[in-house]
Design a protein around this ligand. Structure first.
Ligand code: GDG
Length: 454
């Protein structure tokens, strides 16, 4: 049995940088999990080729599987990716009402790009294939495939939250999207809350959800815990100057991540506890993201202004409370930062899951996780210090508690968290999805990828 996987972003892209042809790997846990599946079971990965040289590699054999790339024109990309996916659906599914753009023209591009994906999938489809569609950029693909080939098995994984039905109703195209997704043979979300919201949405739009209840499941994505817990051979624990404690975070630059509220919490922490001057460094890594979307440009300016304000207010010639880095770092550097941190501050305002929280837990030696209640991962990571990211006082108090938590409690909490993260790792996730497919598959040739670990 082979998969045809469809994701908006590609596992890697071909680019020309300073006159040299290079391969750029896609960062992020989804790509890592799926690469592993494709390497083991083979199949075809259909994706958007956004690299400058990807048009020269529209179909290639790579590492045991095949990649089919769809190239998009400049306007098409803007309508599909910047405007509808990231300007309409992203804020909608994270409850940012004021940011939702409801513009029919960009839906047109979104529709036609989804059609290109569906056509490409159907071009390669064979009856023994499982078609696995990922995420909000491709929400119309399941419906398009089922219309053309009702017998094809389509499973969909939704990586971001699913909102309450009455909020989803804001979207002019809500019925089309719901109809398409609910035609999947299996649809998975990260939490029970999202599955409940999806079923309620179905009831509100179509009057009943009895036909989809058995096809909707909650299976949270896991990470490759062994990779994060292994120590690189050149890696040494870093000593901070004057034994300063390290608070760490890494996020894409995004308004859903609650970056500014964290700076406000550091401000309040230092206001309430002036004795903490010089006692910690907050290393805030921010990864450039969606740099062509206008909201993100303004947000960056506002964040940097606040970091400067807080550093200016409390810093001195030997110490700045916030060490800010705006760039992508290597996997090895990220792992070392996870390991060296006493506290991880992961406080999104809304997040489908949040892989960073799990990666920190796997890598950490004795760190404390301060985690937002609105991250999907908080459902499983109950031994973290859970905070409301809108409540600045609560955040400041929990950062203080994390910095000064006694060893016994740190160890107990981290051991609980590690047990969950390694039990529900990426192999577990793939295994659970394959098990659900097996239950529903009516073809006679289904065999799992062998990654099952449940
Ligand atoms: C969607 C949902 C859901 C980040 N900066 C660097 C870097 N990263 C890696 C992290 C992590 C990943 O990117 C980000 O994880 P998220 O969980 O935020 O995932 P996304 O793909 O952005 O988002 C989210 C996820 O899908 C999975 O379903 O959790 O809720 O929005 O793996 O480590 N990696 C490196 N350098 C960086 O600078 N090497």
């Amino acid at each position: 049995m082979k998969y045809i996987i469809a994701t908006a972003r590609s596992p890697f892209s071909h680019d020309r940088i300073e006159g040299k042809d290079v391969i750029r790997q896609n960062i992020g846990g989804v790509a890592t999990g799926l690469k592993r599946l494709m390497q083991t079971s083979g199949g075809i990965w259909v994706c958007w080729g956004d690299g400058t040289l990807d048009h020269e590699h529209s179909f290639e054999d790579y590492d045991g599987y095949k990649i089919a790339r769809i190239t998009l024109g400049k306007n098409e990309k803007r309508g599909f990716y910047d405007d509808y996916s990231n300007g309409t659906l992203w804020p909608l599914f994270h409850y940012f009402r004021d940011k939702i753009k409801t513009d029919n023209r960009s839906y047109h591009d979104y529709y036609s790009v989804n059609k290109k994906f569906a056509e490409t999938i159907l071009k390669y489809y064979e009856p023994s294939n499982i078609i696995w569609v990922h995420d909000y950029q491709l929400s119309l693909v399941p419906g398009m495939i089922k219309k053309a080939r009702p017998e094809a098995f389509v499973t969909t994984t939704w990586h971001i939250p699913w909102v309450a039905g009455e909020f989803f109703a804001i979207l002019p195209e809500s019925a089309e999207i719901q109809e398409s997704l609910s035609s999947s043979d299996l649809i998975s979300f990260h939490t029970d809350l999202y599955t409940r919201n999806f079923i309620e949405t179905q009831e509100q739009i179509f009057g009943s959800a009895s036909n989809i209840k058995s096809r909707v499941v909650a299976i949270p994505l896991g990470i490759d815990d062994q990779y994060y817990s292994s120590v690189g051979k050149d890696e040494k624990p870093r000593k901070q100057k004057d034994n300063r404690k390290i608070i760490f975070s890494v996020d894409r630059l995004d308004y859903t991540k609650g970056l500014k509220n964290r700076i406000l919490a550091i401000d309040l922490l230092l206001h309430k506890h002036p004795e903490l001057e010089g006692k910690f460094s907050y290393i805030m890594m921010v990864t450039p993201s969606r740099t062509t979307v206008s909201d993100y440009v303004a947000m960056k300016r506002d964040l940097e202004m606040n970091i400067g304000r807080v550093n200016g207010k409390y810093g001195n010639i030997d110490w700045m409370p916030i060490v800010y880095m705006y760039r992508k770092v290597s996997d090895a550097a990220l792992k070392a930062n996870y390991r060296n941190a006493e506290v991880a501050l992961i406080t999104p305002l809304m997040d489908g899951l949040n892989l960073v929280s799990k990666e920190f837990v796997a890598a950490s030696r004795d760190g404390v996780l301060v985690l937002s209640r609105f991250a999907g991962s908080s459902y499983d990571l109950q031994s973290a210090l859970l905070v409301n990211p809108y409540n600045i006082v609560e955040m400041a108090d929990n950062i203080y508690a994390a910095l000064f938590m006694d060893q016994e409690e740190r160890k107990r909490r981290l051991a609980d968290l590690k047990a969950t993260v390694s039990k529900k790792n990426v192999a577990w996730w793939l295994g659970r999805i394959e098990k659900e497919i097996t239950k529903r598959w009516v073809g006679d040739t289904f065999s799992t990828s062998g990654l099952v670990d449940n």
